[in-house]
Design a protein around this ligand. Structure first.
Ligand code: AMP
Length: 437
């Protein structure tokens, strides 16, 4: 996948090729195989510092190419200083908040390090720990881990960090949001003093900068603001609707305007499952990914979504964070997030790799505060689409309902389509939907 490499900082503007970064030959060959020629701004800026052995504070989010920004120089360092890793003693640890991110980082490491002798492993919860323990005992150079399972296996003495050379803390802000601060502290407490630390976070609230300064020694700082064009390329719209009519509106959207691969965001795990069931009743195939799903179910859903055999994926923020799937055309915020930053992350799943995309937000009366916060953070009013059967007026000064909350047609008034609630089969006949089974 090619990613937009424009950034707001100077180093990003100077064109550099991977050939200019003094990475070892096996990495160059691997990059050639995966088809990367130009480093992204975070890579162009961070890699030279990391190769020098400096600590790094990277302010960047998923989608900027930050995985390669830390993986490539780590592979380089460990390859240039070959050392047999002892059972249970990784040489590098990458700590990341979610299983999906962990699995994706491992996938990248295996790609970038395919021409080296290094051994990689990933450990996360929700699956049997036995194969993970066996892998650790066989010797692992670079370990990717989520905090919970790492703590378990450290507690059982299957993993020891006293010989660690490089420590990466990925998505530190999200770690904090997800309540991993205690686990993180315990891990940090056992790290050797002599080490290189790379710290990544999309945002830098005070708690994060305190954590960063307790971990980093004279770090180089690299900050990548997401290219504004990403958000500009997204056609954002907003639809007011009663909570109880959201399913009907969603079905309607998936049958009409929500073209292509669609990611639907729900607030809770249970809510996501309910959405999937409602879509299924309407004959639309979808799958949910969230923390209660087995690892196998999540991997399967993601694989199907990637290869286009599943066109609608329903996810919570946490499960979707960092999902790297190309070609998502539509993001639907079924529930508005209570953190405005999450809205930006969510809609950033579309319009990747220079493509256009659309983001549709469904807003019920209870979500108006969230909407106000979002609009303040993105610095614009989201275009409101009132041209739908389920439209209600959430303006507190206006009459309550434009029409009866999804219960029937608008009777041709108010600029609507002038027909009753669309019947799925009618839609199906008129416009075969890609989402239908
Ligand atoms: P990340 O932010 O690490 O999740 O990376 C986002 C996506 O960009 C992944 O699909 C990477 O494979 C891809 N990518 C990373 N670096 C490059 C590069 N230099 N050129 C093209 N694609 C890249």
């Amino acid at each position: 996948m090619q990613i937009n490499s424009s950034s707001s900082n100077e180093a990003g503007d100077s064109p550099v090729l991977f050939d200019d970064l003094k990475l070892c030959q096996p990495i160059h060959d691997a990059l050639h195989t995966v088809g990367y020629t130009t480093p992204t701004p975070i890579q162009a800026q961070a890699i030279p510092y990391v190769l020098e052995g400096r600590d790094l504070l990277g302010i960047a989010q998923t989608g900027t190419g930050k995985t390669a920004a830390f993986s490539l120089p780590i592979i380089d360092r460990l390859t240039r200083e070959p050392r047999r890793s002892r059972p249970g003693h990784p040489r590098a640890l990458i700590l990341t908040p979610t299983r999906e991110l962990a699995a994706q980082i491992l996938e990248n490491l295996e790609e970038y390090g395919c021409n080296t002798e290094l051994r990689y492993a990933v450990i996360f919860g929700g699956v049997s720990e036995r194969p993970q323990i066996a892998k650790m005992q066989a010797g692992v150079d670079i370990l990717v881990a989520t905090p919970g399972r790492l703590m378990d296996l450290m507690g059982q003495r299957h993993i020891k960090l006293d010989r660690l050379e490089v420590f990466v803390l990925d998505e530190a802000d999200r770690m904090l949001d997800m309540g991993f601060i205690h686990d993180m502290r315990k891990v940090i407490a056992v790290l050797p003093k002599e080490r290189q630390t790379l710290f990544f976070s999309a945002t830098m609230p005070q708690a994060i900068s305190q954590l960063a300064s307790s971990l980093l020694m004279d770090p180089a700082r690299v900050e990548i603001t997401p290219p504004a064009t990403t958000v500009e390329r997204i056609d954002q719209s907003l639809m007011y609707v009663e909570k109880t009519a959201k399913n009907d509106l969603l079905v309607h959207l998936l049958e009409t305007s929500a073209s292509g691969k669609t990611l639907v965001f729900g607030r809770t795990k249970h809510g996501c499952d309910k959405i999937v069931r409602a879509l299924s009743r309407a004959g639309i195939k979808s799958a949910a990914i969230h923390g209660n799903k087995s690892q196998n179910a999540r991997v399967r859903a993601l694989r199907d979504f990637r290869d286009d055999s599943l066109m609608v994926l329903v996810a919570t923020d946490i499960a979707a964070r960092g999902i790297d799937v190309d070609g998502i055309q539509t993001v639907i915020n079924y529930d508005l997030p209570n953190e405005p930053e999450s809205y930006v992350h969510r809609i950033g799943r579309t319009a990747r790799a220079g493509r256009d995309g659309q983001a549709i937000a469904l807003c019920d009366a209870s979500e108006q505060k969230f909407l106000r916060d979002i609009q303040r953070v993105i610095g614009m009013k989201i275009r409101c689409n009132r041209d739908h059967e389920w439209d209600v007026d959430h303006d507190p000064n206006a009459p309550q309902h434009k029409q009866g909350g999804g219960g029937g047609g608008r009777g041709g008034g108010g600029g609507g389509r002038g027909r009753g609630r669309p019947h799925p089969s009618t839609h199906n006949r008129n416009r075969p939907s890609r989402h239908r089974r």
